[in-house]
Design a protein around this ligand. Structure first.
Ligand SMILES: NC(=O)c1ccc[n+]([C@@H]2O[C@H](COP(=O)([O-])OP(=O)(O)OC[C@H]3O[C@@H](n4cnc5c(N)ncnc54)[C@H](OP(=O)(O)O)[C@@H]3O)[C@@H](O)[C@H]2O)c1
Length: 425
C-alpha cells in the first residue's frame, strides 16, 4: 500500500510516519518545498526516539520525498508530476497546516483551506481513487456555547477563539463538501491538544509546550526589561487574567493519538464523511497550567470574569502576548462515542500530569526545587535545545544531547496507566 502524506516533518507528522511505517506500507512524503531535508529529518527523529535500526535502515527503500507547496495549484508541481503522484497512491493523509493560533487569517486560509482543496484535487485525480484522511482539530467547535461537542457537529455561528480555528473550520467544510459532491468517502480526525513528554531536542519538532515556554519567557523578559520584576530577587505579584476556574483542556499524548488514528484508518468508513474525535479520557484542570505559570514566573494568577479596567503594568504585558491565555475559559468536552465504538474502551492511556508537562518542557522537578530565583532561566536553558545554531555545531549539539537525554540518550518513558474508573466526564 502506497500512502501520500503531507506535514510529515511536523510535530504530529513525524509520529504519524513512525506509526504508519510500523505497518506494511510505503510512503510518498509530500514535504514542504524549501524547508530542508525531509528524509534526513525523519531519519533523525526515528533515531532519537529509539525506533528499531531496521526501520531507520529501511527508510530509503520505503519513503520517497516529493517537494510541494500545498497552498499552490497542483501543489506547485508540473501537471505531469502531479498526475504521477496522484496515480501512484492508495491513500492520502493530509496533516500539513499553518499552525500559528494567532497568525494572519489570509495566510492561514491560504495554507489551510486552499492547501486542503489542492490535496482534495490530488485525491480526485488519482486513478486508484485514494481514500482521503484529513487532520482537523477538535477546536473547529470554536466558541460553541454547548458544553459537549459531538463528532458530527460543525457550526460556525458562534465564531472562533482564533484565526487558526476559523481556517481549520473552513478546511473541514471544504472536505465535507468534496465528499458529498464526489460521493468519495473521507475520514476526518479531530485531535485535541497533542503533547510529548520528550524534552526539547534539535532533532524533534517543537510542540505546544514549546509555545507555552516561549510565552512565559517572553513575559518574563519583558517584565525584567521593563523593571517590573527584579530578576535577582523577584517578589510575587498578583495578576488578574480573564478566565474561568472551571476551565479544562483535553490534552493527549501524541503517541496515543497517532495509534488511534492509524487504527481507525484501517476500518471501513462509516459514511461519506466519518469524523472522529481523537481525545483523551481525562481533561487537565486549568489549575495545572496556572500552577506551572506560577512556578516559572513570580506571579499569583487570579482568574477574573472581565479584563480589569485598571490593569497593572505586568497585567498589561501579559495581555499583550498572544498565546494560550485565550483558552483560559475553554470548557468543551469532546464526545468521542464514534471513536470509542470503533476502537473499544481504552485499557491504558498515557497519564498527562504535572510531571509529564515538566518532562516535555525539559525541566526536572529537581531543577525547580533547587532554583529559587526566576525559573525562566530554566526555560531558556531548555529551549536552547531547539536552537538551530546548536544543531550546526557538533560539539554544542553533543552538549545539548547530554543535557536533554542524560542517561546515555535513553528515551524517557511517560507513565501509562490503566484507565479503569478514570473518566471525569
Ligand atoms: N499539534 C497539535 O496539538 C494539534 C492538535 C490538533 C490538530 N492538529 C493538526 O494536526 C496537523 C499537524 O499539526 P502539527 O502540530 O504537526 O503542526 P506543525 O508541527 O506546525 O507542522 C506543520 C507541517 O506542515 C508543513 N507545512 C506547512 N506549510 C506547508 C506548505 N505550504 N506546504 C507543504 N507543507 C507545509 C510543515 O512543513 P515544514 O515544517 O517542513 O515547514 C510541517 O511538516 C495540523 O493540521 C494541525 O491543525 C495539531
Amino acid at each position: 500500500m502506497e500512502i501520500a502524506i503531507t506535514g510529515a516533518t511536523g510535530f504530529l507528522g513525524v509520529h504519524l510516519v513512525r506509526e504508519l511505517l510500523e505497518r506494511n506500507v510505503s510512503l510518498t512524503v509530500l514535504a514542504h518545498a524549501g524547508s530542508g531535508d525531509a528524509a534526513g529529518r525523519l531519519a533523525r527523529f526515528l533515531q532519537v526516539t529509539g525506533a528499531s535500526p531496521r526501520l531507520v535502515d529501511d527508510l530509503p527503500r520505503r519513503v520517497s520525498v516529493v517537494d510541494v507547496d500545498v497552498a499552490e495549484p497542483f501543489l506547485g508541481l508540473s501537471q505531469a508530476e502531479f498526475r504521477r503522484v496522484a496515480d501512484g497512491v492508495d491513500a492520502i493523509w493530509h496533516s500539513a497546516a499553518q499552525t500559528k493560533l494567532a497568525g494572519d487569517l489570509a495566510e492561514l486560509h491560504h495554507v489551510n483551506v486552499d492547501g486542503t482543496r489542492n490535496m482534495l484535487a490530488l485525491a480526485a485525480a488519482g486513478g486508484r481513487r485514494p481514500r482521503f484522511y484529513h487532520v482537523s482539530t477538535a477546536f473547529v467547535a470554536g466558541l460553541s456555547p454547548e458544553p459537549v461537542v459531538y463528532e458530527d457537529q460543525l457550526d460556525a455561528s458562534r465564531g472562533f477563539a482564533s484565526p487558526y480555528e476559523r481556517s481549520k473550520y473552513a478546511a473541514e467544510v471544504a472536505v465535507r463538501d468534496w465528499a458529498a459532491g464526489s460521493g468519495r468517502p473521507v475520514v476526518v480526525f479531530r485531535p485535541s491538544v497533542l503533547l510529548s513528554h520528550r524534552p526539547p531536542h534539535p532533532d524533534l519538532p517543537s510542540d505546544t509546550l514549546e509555545a507555552v515556554a516561549r510565552f512565559m519567557l517572553t513575559i518574563a523578559s519583558m517584565a525584567v526589561e521593563g523593571g517590573l520584576v527584579d530578576a535577582e530577587e523577584p517578589t510575587v505579584q498578583t495578576v488578574r487574567v480573564v478566565g474561568d476556574p472551571r476551565a479544562r483542556w483535553n490534552v493527549m499524548a501524541v503517541e496515543d493519538a497517532v495509534r488511534d488514528m492509524v487504527r481507525l484508518a484501517e476500518r471501513p468508513p462509516a459514511g461519506t464523511t466519518t469524523t472522529y474525535h481523537i481525545v483523551s479520557s481525562r481533561d487537565l484542570p486549568v489549575s495545572l497550567p496556572i500552577d506551572l505559570l506560577e512556578s516559572f514566573l513570580p506571579v499569583r494568577v487570579e482568574l477574573v470574569e472581565h479584563a480589569p479596567a485598571d490593569p497593572t503594568p505586568l497585567e498589561r504585558i501579559i495581555g499583550m502576548v498572544p498565546g494560550f491565555l485565550m483558552y483560559l475559559r475553554h470548557r468543551h468536552i469532546f464526545d468521542d462515542t464514534r471513536t470509542r465504538t470503533a476502537l473499544g474502551e481504552r485499557v491504558a492511556e498515557t497519564l498527562v500530569d504535572r510531571d509529564y508537562l515538566l518532562s516535555g518542557l525539559g525541566i526536572a522537578e529537581l531543577d525547580l526545587a533547587s532554583d529559587g530565583l526566576l525559573n525562566s532561566e530554566l526555560l531558556t536553558r531548555a529551549l536552547s535545545a531547539y536552537d538551530p545554531t546548536v544543531q550546526a555545531d557538533p560539539a554544542a549539539r553533543a552538549d545539548a544531547d547530554a543535557r536533554t537525554y542524560p542517561a546515555a540518550r535513553t528515551d524517557p518513558a511517560p507513565r501509562v496507566e490503566s484507565t479503569q474508573g478514570w473518566s471525569n466526564r
